[in-house]
Design a protein. Sequence first.
Length: 316
Amino acid sequence: MKLNHRAESIIDLLLENADTYRIQVHQQEAGARIVDFGINTPGGIQAGVKLAEICLADLAQVQCLPASAERVSAWQVSVQTDFPIASCLASQYAGWKVQVEDFFAMASGPMRAVYAGDPLFEDEAVKKFKESSSSVVGVLEADTLPNQAVLEEIIAKIQSSSPMITLAVAPVTSTAGAIQVVARSVETALHKLHELKFDLKSVVSAAGSAPLPPVGGKMITALGRTNDAILYGGDVVLWVDCPIETIKEVGPKVPSNASNDFGRPFQDIFERYQFDFYKIDPLLFSPAKITFIHLPTGKMLSYGEIATDVLQRSFH
């Protein structure tokens, strides 16, 4: 299961139909490709769905669907996968900060499985998806396109002499960028479980959804709304095979309402902590609601709830 090769197949298909998806490719030195999904190009809904699937190494289905009234927004982004650890934690998790001079981005996608430089890859369930690849694919959440110095920084981290590298780039203020962020409902639940020392190998399948907020405007507003979509509107279901007592112990700690910072729009919280992510209570970063389907017994255990009032304040 080569994560980078799977994602590359999506990229190649998109570039054959770049006008349809309203994206643009920029060829760089040594065959590197920068694909613009919404900085100098419109991108759009379908581009965003495909961008999210690239993040997930083509091991999950992403859709934009009508949302229920409690989600506030008319549309939601849904994710379904039978390979939750490989797709969400080995690939999609945005745990790689790329900073070169004035350029800053959060990096995700299957190139993380080649880099394997964050603590998440110390987890036994995740580390088995480390890979070497002569062709790597990554996604950057950024508001400018990366230059040659950024490419060289990423290549140095990958520790490959001459990889063929493709970087898909979109800002959170774009439609495509917002969709790929909101498509992280399952990822946030799994990462929270990792932090709680839950055995991730027991997670067999996963599905999740979160409302798609209004897109555009200032970066800080878009960042706040996309986070709120998951923190207060994310709804995740995990099919697990583990002792039911483990679920009962861990379950109440998983949803975002386990955090003392829960209850205010993310932008307000962010400003309160002087725009420092690391000062925010890490327990906040998880979906609003999580349901465990216990496969050995068929029992369903749910924790948390959708916070419609906070979504209203954030989205309007």
